[in-house]
Design a protein around this ligand. Structure first.
Ligand SMILES: [Zn+2]
Length: 230
């Protein structure tokens, strides 16, 4: 297998985020690109390629139309905090997949904060299908404490320094019990794009659930005796 970015043959470096998938992300030793687990036409040996391609194309077109609105929290994107760079990578990775991605800073509707910042964010969260939170700084940590349980979907990234802290035994534990286990990232993850790749995979899993719900809704609509009635 070669790196999708630079073509280097991928050697040993692997990173697992088992909260999301049991498959390894292969990290390129040359360019540090984490290889995504992309959804693509990938039939097994013996498949009826022509028929499978038609089926895949039908899936691909409808699936591409399922676009999520996603809020990405983390350090100030203009700061030199290395996690801020990861935040921008998450946005880019999600936009490439067709999602609409926002930073809270762009959605502030009252810059004098007569409406408190957390109330403005409460409204933002209500508008979003999912939130990805890189909680390495005080602001994002506070956002996680306040909104991780109320967002429709919430992916919390915690730095390894959070292990054994109040956050780990408090909010993180509550999220594990709720099936929203946070992911601990290490310093080495700041040197690759693994956080963006895994965040994108998490969003794509949610997208598949929404795809399935929408398809089921269509099927039920077709069965309904009220179909076409107004
Ligand atoms: Zn590479």
């Amino acid at each position: 297998m070669e790196c999708l970015e630079c073509g280097e043959r991928l050697a040993g470096s692997r990173r697992y985020f088992r909260e999301i998938t049991n498959r390894a992300y292969r990290i390129c030793d040359k360019c540090s690109r984490a290889q995504p687990h992309s959804i693509e036409f990938n039939p097994p040996d013996g498949a009826n390629i022509d028929a499978a391609a038609i089926i895949y194309e039908k899936f691909r077109v409808v699936f591409a139309g399922v676009r999520l609105k996603i809020l990405v929290w983390g350090p100030d994107p203009d700061s030199d905090n290395p996690v801020a760079k990861k935040r921008k990578e998450v946005r880019t990775a999600l936009e490439k997949l067709g999602h609409r991605v926002f930073f809270s800073e762009e959605l502030i509707f009252d810059k004098t904060y007569k409406v408190p910042a957390n109330l403005q964010e409460r409204v933002q969260v209500g508008e979003m299908d999912a939130v990805v939170c890189l909680a390495s700084d005080f602001g994002a940590m506070q956002e996680a404490q306040e909104f991780a349980k109320q967002a429709k979907e919430f992916l919390l990234w915690l730095s390894s320094g959070a292990r054994g802290t109040y956050t780990d035994s408090g909010l993180a534990q509550q999220l594990r019990q709720a099936g929203r286990a946070p992911i601990i990232f290490e310093d080495r993850d700041l040197g690759s794009c693994a956080i963006a790749a895994a965040s994108a995979e998490w969003v794509e899993q949610r997208r598949m659930t929404i795809y399935a719900i929408e398809e089921e809704r269509k099927r039920l609509d077709e069965m309904s005796p009220k179909r076409g009635a107004s």
